[in-house]
Design a binder for this molecule. Structure first.
Ligand code: TXA
Ligand code: MG
Length: 322
């Protein structure tokens, strides 16, 4: 019995949990060519965007999309964002009205996702939308994701490249740690500039706050995020493995304190109280806190203004009891 278990374990580790899986390649022509080859073969590859690292696969290939769900361990009811090179490519997939076209013109390429009716002949695998008649779509503003889109010539479905429910990855190392043994390749192009997932807008309402603020959009946040309109907005999300205490003016025993502004901690989101810097550092600070020897995490208060709305949204989900 013992030897059988050992064989099973060995076979499992040989096929899945090898230390060289995922392979990491620095951004460049060779990395993009290899990633495009893997995607054409129906695999998924981690690639940076201006928000967080995404786990990309051909959005028209249902088996490849199933591979994303499998690698993340993601509940199948949670639909994915589709990335395209430009507005013309987006209009082949989704139905735009004037308001949507106006937002696209103002913020694309950039960290804005539009939820729009999906065209019946879009060619997008239904697993991407999890059966909804709408699709979440965006044009990313990052050289690696744009190069990959150009090399593949296909729309790419890409959720954040972390195991489902975990902290979003802002560095290639985070991806490798979270999806070790589950994906073949990460393209490393350093830390992602925004550090927070894109703002999601549905018919003039913000479903998920993000780097593009309500003020910039001229929109209000959605009153309630119902199960149908925002299936992915699970209460407990982006979660570290340790408990997280919010609005902490200081540390209690055993805690790792993430500071902000005047609240100095073991680490800080921004010593100068700069909210954009704080957003860019948020997930990395949570990763560091989780990896520390402290038994719990606390974080200083973050003002609920501008991009602080998005930061606090992520923090409340990260702190939600599981
Ligand atoms: O910045 C980002 O948006 C990153 C990068 C990789 O582009 N992607 C990302 O994807 O955050 P993901 O899959 O982790 O989050 C997608 C969110 C989920 O909350 C999902 O429920 C929502 O978008 N969503 C997708 N399709 C939707 C739809 N048709 N209607 C409403 N919400 C949708
Ligand atoms: Mg995510």
């Amino acid at each position: 019995m013992g030897s059988l278990l050992c064989v099973v374990r060995l076979r499992y580790s040989a096929s899945c949990v090898s230390p060289t899986n995922p392979r990491t390649l620095r951004y460049g022509a060779a990395a993009i060519a290899e990633a495009a080859r893997l995607i054409a073969a129906g695999q998924c590859v981690a690639v940076p965007t201006e928000t967080v690292y995404g786990l990309a696969a051909d959005a028209t290939d249902s088996r490849a999309v199933a591979g994303i769900y499998a690698a993340k361990g993601r509940p199948s009811f949670n639909p994915l964002i589709v990335h395209v090179a430009d507005l013309a490519a987006a209009e082949r997939i989704a139905v735009f009205d004037d308001a949507a076209r106006d937002l696209a013109a103002r913020f694309w390429p950039g960290p804005l996702t539009l939820v729009l009716p999906v065209k019946p002949d879009s060619g997008i695998a239904s697993l991407v939308t999890a059966g909804l008649d709408t699709i979440a779509i965006r044009v990313p503003n990052h050289r690696a994701m744009q190069a990959l889109l150009a090399a593949c010539g296909k729309p790419l479905a890409a959720p954040s490249a972390n195991a489902s429910g975990g902290i979003s990855p802002t560095r290639a190392e985070h991806v490798a740690a979270s999806l070790s043994g589950r994906i073949p390749l990460v393209i490393d192009d350093g830390a992602t500039p925004a550090g927070l997932e894109s703002t999601i807008v549905l018919r003039g309402h913000i479903l998920r706050p993000g780097p593009i603020t309500a003020e910039a959009l001229g929109l209000e946040a959605a009153e309630s995020m119902g199960a149908i309109t925002a299936p992915g907005q699970l209460a407990s999300h982006y979660a570290p493995t340790k408990s997280l205490r919010l609005n902490a003016p200081g540390r209690v025993d055993g805690e790792w304190l993430i500071g902000f502004g005047d609240v100095a901690g073991d680490d800080t989101l921004s010593a100068s109280g700069d909210m954009v810097e704080a957003a860019a550092n948020l997930f990395e600070a949570l990763h560091r806190a989780d990896a520390s020897s402290a038994s719990a995490i606390a974080i200083a208060p973050i003002p609920e203004t501008g991009i602080g709305v998005a930061i606090n949204d992520r923090l409340r989900r990260a702190a939600h009891p599981r």
